[in-house]
Design a protein around this ligand. Structure first.
Ligand code: HEM
Length: 377
């Protein structure tokens, strides 16, 4: 192929991958509405269903169809070791920009997340960090590749956006007050390994290590981060993420809740599945994860709160507790999302409502929460 032909093909591919939304940059809300009226919004596919029963079992997932390739300079990675790894293996677009339904499929296929659990994580993240008009989200920092932003105060900041899904007291990242909260931090990760040595069975990162580390991370941030925020919805993700590695990063053939230091290093530091890695033998959902997070909370109870200066943790007992699942769902739907989209109209409103419906669909599966409608039914 001639060089000019290669450029042309690349440009055509780019034009397909980044639809006309890119040219919307800098337009006002009225102009966006006109654009939407002319072009419509990106279609929003329904969330994928569960993997078919004959395809939801133990499986080699670090396979030849999903070769590891490290991130290229123009590709985005962010605060989640799982999604970074899935992008490095091509389960997610290697660009790091994806539709929510693609992310649901990727975590089901690559790590065997239960369908409802995958949807719960993905749609809350998408509502906080994605672009409802283009149906795209960055798994890393903010990027023009997700198209023109809806009017502020919408953020469309990608998963690295601090103060949304991303928050304080992470295990392998620093708090935003100290630096880039999405970047892997070796010193922090060394603490995780040290806790595995001290508390885990056979020196592994297990639920005991997770419990002590989660507690220590909060105490450390209380003592050092004057701007610590540890309230809904961050508290739930912090507790869930502490136990995820003891489940999803453990080879499904072992499935003993004990993550070896080598496997932990592979996922967290190298963003790569261990050689010959097999996913969980059955889809893993709320029913497995919630008892584990409950155990962590029972070991070291806490009240949500914020620091007003170092070592001055002000408790906020009237905000939802980590055990109050429906309260956290309502907090996301009634406070967090309307905070970014106070008065959406037209196609934007429709898209947000649709995604809120998907979120509730995931929430309602194993929890008896009442659906809430911040923008009417
Ligand atoms: C399904 C969609 C998922 C989304 C949207 C998502 C998003 C995120 C985000 C935004 C963070 C940053 C939170 C923070 O530390 O401030 C994070 C962290 C994390 N995620 Fe995910 N995640 C997903 C699935 C998973 C899965 C399946 C695992 C399985 C192991 C996982 C493991 C983790 C871990 C261990 C962290 C904590 C990193 C740390 O504290 O240093 N995530 N995720």
């Amino acid at each position: 192929m001639k060089f000019s032909t290669i450029i042309l093909v690349t440009l055509v591919r780019l034009a397909v991958a980044i639809p006309t939304y890119d040219s919307l940059i800098g337009l006002s809300e009225r102009e966006i509405n006109e654009f939407v009226a002319r072009n419509g919004v990106a279609p929003i596919p329904n969330p994928p269903g569960p993997l078919p029963a004959h395809q939801d079992g133990l499986k080699l997932v670090n396979d030849p169809a999903h070769p590891f390739r490290t991130q290229q300079p123009n590709e985005l990675r962010g605060p989640c070791p799982a999604l970074n790894t899935l992008a490095n293996h091509g389960y997610l677009p290697r660009s790091g920009v994806a539709r929510p339904d693609q992310i649901v499929t990727a975590v089901m296929e690559g790590l065997n997340l239960g369908n409802d659990f995958a949807k719960f994580l993905v749609y809350q993240a998408f509502l906080m960090n994605g672009n409802p008009l283009t149906n795209l989200m960055s798994i890393g920092m903010k990027t023009p590749l997700t198209g023109q932003d809806p009017p502020k105060p919408a953020l469309v900041g990608g998963l690295s956006q601090h103060g949304t899904f991303e928050g304080d007291t992470s295990m392998s990242r620093v708090d935003a007050f100290f630096g880039d909260p999405a970047a892997f931090n070796q010193t922090r990760f060394n603490d995780l390994l040290a806790f595995a040595t001290k508390y885990g069975a056979n020196g592994s990162y297990d639920v005991n290590a997770a419990s002590e580390l989660r507690y220590e991370r909060l105490q450390d941030s209380i003592a050092t981060n004057p701007q610590l925020v540890f309230t809904s919805p961050r508290i739930l993700s912090a507790y869930s993420e502490a136990v995820f590695p003891t489940v999803y990063f453990v080879d499904g053939r072992l499935n003993n809740g004990q993550l070896s230091k080598d496997a932990a290093t592979s996922f967290f530091a190298n963003q790569r599945m261990p050689q010959d890695f097999h996913r969980q033998p059955t889809p893993v959902s709320f029913d497995v994860i919630e008892p584990l997070t409950g155990r962590l909370f029972k070991d070291h109870p806490f009240v949500p709160g914020v620091n007003q200066g170092v070592n001055n943790y002000v408790e906020m007992p009237n905000t939802p507790a980590v055990s109050d699942f429906c309260g956290i769902y309502e907090d996301i739907a009634l406070r967090v999302i309307p905070g970014q989209y106070p008065k959406p109209t037209g196609a934007l409103k429709d898209a947000i409502k649709k995604n809120l419906g998907f979120l509730y669909g995931a929430v309602s599966f194993q929890h008896n929460c009442t659906q809430v409608f911040p923008y009417g039914k």
